[in-house]
Design a protein around this ligand. Structure first.
Ligand SMILES: Cc1cc2nc3c(=O)[nH]c(=O)nc-3n(C[C@H](O)[C@H](O)[C@H](O)COP(=O)(O)OP(=O)(O)OC[C@H]3O[C@@H](n4cnc5c(N)ncnc54)[C@H](O)[C@@H]3O)c2cc1C
Length: 669
């Protein structure tokens, strides 16, 4: 009951607009009360059964300590300085309670629950090892002062130990009275649920928010960078609920606003991802590096028509067991199961025998495009290839396939209405990641001093291609290792008290620029929605600057995009006003920036007269259709510099030099 009350209270707070932070103390308090109630019940049980009382008493005590740890954690989070050094109180209580719980478990009358001596020993040993690990972890992390990430680890270990503990208690109680099943299960499940919520609450960012080290501005979109004497000094945001513009001044600005792959309209990105932040930074002097380097992922659910607003990624892991094929004969429209084995072309296995279906993303994507261009694509549109799990199903069994990919296959079934256990899945490449972005130095600073950029929004780390999993690696290393070490020295060089005031002319000018930009969009009063323009731009980009590019196509795109932009600025339909929630307005602003960015991407692709990684220029390929680099002329980063509206940007070059790993051409044959 107490746990349910706790959850209800939190739900109520959340519905009234309170943040997770506000729910934290009530949640931990109710969690503590629930544990306390369980302790009382268990101690009462100890009185009933004097013969078994030692174990029950210890368990009761352990639960009281866990309750105290819950409460301490809640207080520590809400009032960080109340208990001295952060988290130490809850951690000590947590460790004590876990140790006590282990002792209790060893003493509990397991035989009566049907657990033999061996079972008891196994359970006791697991808990014992868990506790030792917990204690070791505590000792080794002592000096770090239990930062938020450590608390999450602790909570995880503690949650596991607690789950085993609760499971054991449940077993015992049930054995003694099976009618308790609902109560016992309810307690175990809800307690675990609370544990999970608790862990979520302790996430690093939330904790810093709780400590008031970070002020959150949810539902705000950054619209402008404030630059004073060439140095970044803040940003201007738009409140997406009230429509208000607000300036925020700072000693340094960090952009972590993600990639721009939605320029293709259909992409695996979340719909909200856009380029506005980095585009504005570019317009304020930050160089934009290698904009044409985009990654197209080979395993997405194919496009079926104009009704789609995004594409769904089918995890690459499917390529571990799936075989990719198309019919050998062009125009073969027979269902997959009617195409005999010798009439199938497992083209990746054929072309790249050593990598087969695991060929890198750019190669697998291009190969899929090639077979579809040959008229051998599958599905109604002919833009798809089969990813077939039938051979793996025969080899390792249906249950293994279900175990490994069940959730993905279910998702595929729901989206396409086809059962992937019975018929091969259809996949096709889609825009997934952008390796280009704002140019940054090794300190992650852009060419505008004080303006830093991290994660997918910058150009660093990946070059012309990206391997799986390295995006999250980059985000983590940028945020965890690099920036903390590089921003501090930058800030150390700033004179105290030199922060610009909110009424400074540069701040006012930046605010005015955002207002003017918005007013211009409302003044158009045309007929086409931002989505229609976005879709058209996406088609141009996909056709001419997608998986394969060539000079005439890129020149065509560079003709069509300015025409589309012209149409946009004369025929945009924008309902509502700027002083309310207006998603069409948000979209319009983003599409305006995508139109400009798309042009820069095509220009960059045109100027890079070689093929490399995700950038495949059809004129530069080997006889076998593989990418051909031109290291003599293009072994460099192209960093584009904004020269003003309507002006051709300047292409700066940063030569690449290789000391330890030397340039080579890989073969996936
Ligand atoms: C479907 C999918 C699966 C993926 N799987 C993997 C994987 O398995 N392994 C891997 O390593 N990578 C994977 N990636 C790539 C990886 O997730 C991204 O590269 C990574 O999340 C980028 O992190 P980020 O913090 O730089 O940007 P994001 O996670 O994109 O975050 C940027 C945030 O900034 C916000 N924002 C943008 N503009 C503004 C603005 N003007 N004002 C305010 N806020 C703004 C965005 O709304 C977003 O919340 C996957 C990507 C997708 C789409």
């Amino acid at each position: 009951m107490l746990v349910v009350c706790g959850l209800t209270l939190c739900l109520g707070l959340a519905l009234r607009g309170h943040s997770l932070r506000d729910c934290h103390l009530p949640l931990t308090a109710f969690c503590g009360l629930a544990n306390l109630a369980a302790a009382v019940a268990i101690l009462a049980r100890a009185r009933e059964c004097p013969r078994e009382s030692r174990g029950w008493r210890l368990l009761g005590l352990a639960l009281i300590l866990i309750a105290a740890a819950n409460l301490a954690a809640g207080l520590d989070y809400r009032f960080p300085h109340l208990l001295g050094s952060h988290n130490v109180g809850p951690v000590i209580l947590g460790v004590l309670s876990q140790s006590l719980a282990v002792a209790a478990l060893v003493c509990l009358p397991w035989q009566s629950a049907g657990l033999d001596r061996r079972g008891r020993n196994v359970l006791g040993s697991i808990l014992f090892v868990g506790s030792i690990l917990l204690i070791l972890w505590t000792v080794t992390n002592w000096e770090e002062g239990f930062g938020s990430h450590n608390v999450v680890n602790l909570a995880l270990v503690a949650a596991c130990v607690r789950l085993a503990l609760l499971g054991g208690v449940a077993l015992l109680l049930l054995e003694q009275d099976p009618r308790r099943i609902h109560g016992v299960l309810g307690f175990v499940l809800l307690n675990s649920l609370l544990g999970a919520i608790y862990i979520a609450l302790l996430q690093a960012l939330e904790r810093q928010v709780g400590l008031k080290a970070i002020q959150m501005y949810t539902r705000h979109e950054m619209q402008e960078v404030i630059v004073v004497d060439g140095v970044a000094k803040g940003i201007v945001t738009r409140d997406m609920v009230t429509g208000e513009f607000e300036a925020h001044v700072a000693d340094a600005v960090v952009l972590a606003t993600g990639g721009y792959g939605n320029v293709f309209y259909l992409a695996t990105y979340a719909k909200g991802c856009n380029t506005t932040a980095i585009w504005r930074a570019y317009q304020k002097g930050a160089a934009f590096a290698n904009p044409c380097y985009t990654q197209i992922h080979p395993t997405c659910i194919p496009v079926t028509g104009d009704h789609q607003s995004k594409l769904t990624l089918m995890s690459e892991s499917l390529r571990n067991d799936g075989r990719i094929w198309v019919p050998k004969k062009a125009g073969d429209k027979r269902p997959a199961d009617q195409i005999p084995e010798d009439e199938r072309d497992y083209y990746l296995e054929r072309k790249y025998p050593s990598y087969g279906n695991l060929a890198p993303r750019d190669i697998a994507s291009r190969a899929a495009k090639q077979v579809c261009d040959d008229g051998r694509g599958v599905g109604e549109t002919g833009l798809g290839v089969y990813l077939d799990l039938s051979e793996a199903t025969r080899r390792i069994g249906l249950h293994k396939i279900e175990e490994k990919y069940g959730n993905l296959l279910e998702m595929y079934d729901r989206i396409t209405g086809e059962d992937p256990y019975k018929t091969p899945m259809r996949i096709y490449p889609a825009s997934h990641y952008t390796m280009g972005g704002l140019w940054v130095d090794y300190n992650l600073m852009t060419t505008v001093p004080g303006l830093f950029c991290m994660g997918e929004a910058n150009f660093s780390d990946h070059g012309a291609n990206r391997l799986g999993a390295s995006a999250l690696m980059q985000g983590l290393s940028d945020g965890y290792f690099v920036l903390p070490a590089t921003i501090a020295p930058y800030l150390a060089g700033i004179k105290p008290g030199a922060r610009i005031k909110l009424d400074a002319p540069e701040v006012k000018a930046a605010e005015q620029a955002t207002v003017t930009r918005q007013n211009k969009l409302f003044a158009i009063k045309g007929k086409q929605t931002p989505t229609e323009f976005h879709r058209k731009l996406g088609k141009i980009m996909w056709e001419f600057c997608g998986m394969a590019r060539n000079e005439s196509g890129l020149k065509e795109a560079l003709k069509q995009i300015p025409e589309l932009r012209e149409q946009f600025h004369h025929d945009l339909a924008l309902p509502g006003s700027g002083s309310e929630v207006n998603q069409t307005l948000e979209l319009a602003g983003r599409v305006a920036d995508f139109l400009d960015l798309g042009e820069l991407m095509c220009l960059d692709a045109l100027e890079r007269r070689e093929s490399c990684g995700g950038h495949f220029r059809e004129e530069w390929q080997t006889e076998e259709g593989e990418a051909k680099r031109d290291d003599d002329h293009f072994c460099h980063v192209a960093a584009w510099e904004y020269m003003g509206a309507g002006q051709t940007p300047k292409r700066n070059v940063e030569e690449l030099s290789f000391d330890n790993v030397h340039l080579a051409t890989r073969s996936y044959k």
